[in-house]
Design a protein around this ligand. Sequence first.
Ligand code: F6R
Length: 259
Amino acid sequence: MKVLIKSDAARAVDCVAGLIVARLQRLPTSVLGLATGGTMEAVYARLIAAHREGAVSFARARSFNLDEYVGLAPDHPCSYWRYMREHLFDRVDFPPGATLLPRGDAPDPEAEAQRYEAAIVAAGDIGLQLLGLGTNGHIGFNEPTSSLSSLTRIKTLTRSTRAANARFFDRPEDVPRLAITMGIGTILRAQEVILLACGPAKAEAAAALIEGPLAAACPASALQLHRKVTVVLDQAAASRLALRDYYEEVHPGGDAASI
Ligand code: F6R
């Protein structure tokens, strides 16, 4: 696991956007795994800017998002479909039909989850998976105690996740209780994973992910099993790491290239 510690959130975001751009330049037909949430908004803004500058094209790429709320149709203002259209898809050059999310309004959500998993397999699995981190250690909507080999399925959101995401809804009681999420096993099949976490609220989960025991209590700790993971943190999110000096010695300034 590569742990890159940046001096602030803006530099952490630049680093992640730069890694995604570099991958697309190297492998334009990449299958991207995408996340939503507050942390990713700045990453997508950087990708849009890079696209406008001519540095990157998504014209040959495809994407699968991690998750969607059960019960929200794609045009619902709080759906992740809507989030992705507003923050990325409508503003870069993905071809029509190349960007997929689970259908939150599918009549049979469990069947939809299985269909989505099969679509990921049929695409040859994810090339580069982008992840945020829940304050409780979730990745996607794999909440604590999720099976570490789980596939795409329905998960019940914890109270803490619903409270954290209430800011995107008019009323806290509007946050759905269920979501369709890629499983931890689905995520672990990706060729490469980049996780971004910023701010003091993520410090405990980041320490559990990187240094804690491999445990369903912190779903992100499953990334310890993956061969190619880069975790990008700002100073605040790195503040609880016991081996912080070591990571900063291996990657001074959080430079991905230094060994
Ligand atoms: C959303 C997702 C979640 C978020 C996580 C952090 O698609 O996969 O795991 O990445 O909840 O969210 P923010 O960035 O809002 O703190």
